[in-house]
Design a protein around this ligand. Structure first.
Ligand SMILES: Cc1cc2nc3c(=O)[nH]c(=O)nc-3n(C[C@H](O)[C@H](O)[C@H](O)COP(=O)(O)OP(=O)(O)OC[C@H]3O[C@@H](n4cnc5c(N)ncnc54)[C@H](O)[C@@H]3O)c2cc1C
Length: 349
């Protein structure tokens, strides 16, 4: 493998039912930043049936080029034809870096593609940076240190430590990133895509799964990743019924309720509203943590919030280490008082 042939940052522009997933725009934002550091371009890879019309929106979020692979076999996601499309793009265009969303689709697709391209994959990254590998040169081996490598950071060992991983000897350097971790750029309104169409043959084989029926899950739970204000409850809330005081506060603030994993494990709330390493990554303007201790697996999913307020009766709770404002006390008293104060302030406006 001649590493010098590999150039550019590629982003898989996931689409479902011909709608681009938000993660694609987030990855373009990060991809643009990495590409600027390497003096390279960012390219989106759009795969599907009749998807070319979506390319301009990728340009609006930073794609310098869009490679489009279209075929009727790509109408619904299936591992085999999509893996064929992506690995063919990699073999033809030789990207230095390839980013994929850690969605249900991305978690299936990225490992298959990395294996086919004989390269590594770091899953569920929380930080992506360009740097040296090893990060500190070994004494006497300074000239063996490689520069301009993708340093991929992710929680390891159940979230108890953070590992930074590189892929110095193979290309592309591949990573998946969970939705909500990276930031989109402000859209460049009216940007037009520079499209490269790639024609490939899709010959069904015994690895092509036949889709008999698609049943869509319908959820009436608000997506906590879209919320600007989250009132989040932990085990300290005490019972499912007591979440009512959090719902009242959320309603007064125009926000949404989320929770810790302890609450989901206890069966008090559905998994869709769990924040953290095995839940969702959120980035609201305001995150109010009520009765949440602040375990690293929880904070990994909310520490990028603009303002964090923590309410906890234990003044040594680790949640106060990530909080901008802390209130030490019983949430059963503080939360209703906050709700009343907010309602009163609104009434006096
Ligand atoms: C691999 C792995 C993945 C994980 N993923 C996640 C994840 O995605 N999300 C997640 O949240 N956790 C996750 N966890 C679990 C995590 O380690 C913690 O166990 C969990 O976050 C604890 O939830 P909690 O803070 O609600 O409960 P606790 O740790 O029990 O904390 C309850 C807090 O409430 C406070 N409290 C009690 N009563 C009151 C009161 N009346 N007023 C005010 N404060 C009060 C207590 O002082 C305490 O700090 C994961 C763990 C592992 C091993």
């Amino acid at each position: 493998m001649n590493l010098a042939e590999y150039k550019g940052v590629f982003v898989y522009a996931e689409q479902v039912d011909n709608v681009i997933s938000g993660i694609a725009y987030e990855l373009l934002g990060k991809g643009k930043e990495l590409a600027a550091q390497l003096n390279e371009e960012v390219t989106a890879v759009l795969v599907g049936a009749d998807v070319k019309g979506l390319a301009d929106s990728l340009a609006e979020y930073g794609a310098d080029k869009v490679i489009v692979v279209e075929d009727p076999e790509l109408k619904e996601y299936r591992t085999e034809p999509y893996a064929h499309a992506l690995s063919s793009v990699i073999k033809e265009y030789k990207p230095d870096i390839f980013l994929v969303g850690a969605t249900a689709i991305g978690r299936d697709l990225a490992p298959t593609v990395s294996a086919r391209c004989a390269t590594g994959l770091t899953a569920d990254c929380t930080v992506l940076e360009i740097g040296d590998f090893p990060m500190v040169a070994l004494p006497g081996k300074e000239d063996e240190q490689k520069h301009n490598q993708l340093l991929m950071t992710r929680p390891a060992f159940g979230g108890n430590t953070i590992a930074t991983i590189a892929c110095p000897d193979h290309r592309p350097q591949m990573a998946t990133v969970r939705p909500g971790v990276m930031k989109k750029i402000d859209p460049i309104v009216g940007a037009k895509a520079n499209i490269i169409e790639m024609k490939l043959e899709f010959v069904p084989n015994d690895r092509y799964v036949e889709i008999k029926e698609i049943v869509k899950a319908v959820s009436d739970v608000a997506d906590i990743m879209d919320a600007k204000i989250l009132v989040s409850g932990g085990r300290g809330v005490g019972s499912p019924e007591n979440f009512k005081i959090l719902e009242d506060l959320a309603e007064a603030l125009g926000g949404t309720v989320s929770c810790s994993r302890a609450v989901v494990d206890a069966g008090w709330k559905p998994r869709e509203i769990q924040v953290g390493q095995t839940g969702k990554t959120v980035r609201p303007n305001l995150y109010i943590a009520c009765g949440i201790s602040g375990a690293i697996q929880h904070t990994a999913g909310m520490e990028e919030s603009d303002i964090i307020v923590a309410i906890n009766k234990d003044e040594d709770a680790p949640i106060f280490d990530v909080a901008d404002f802390g209130i030490v006390g019983d949430l059963n008293k503080i939360v209703p008082q906050l709700t009343e104060a907010i309602k009163a302030a609104k009434a006096n406006k």
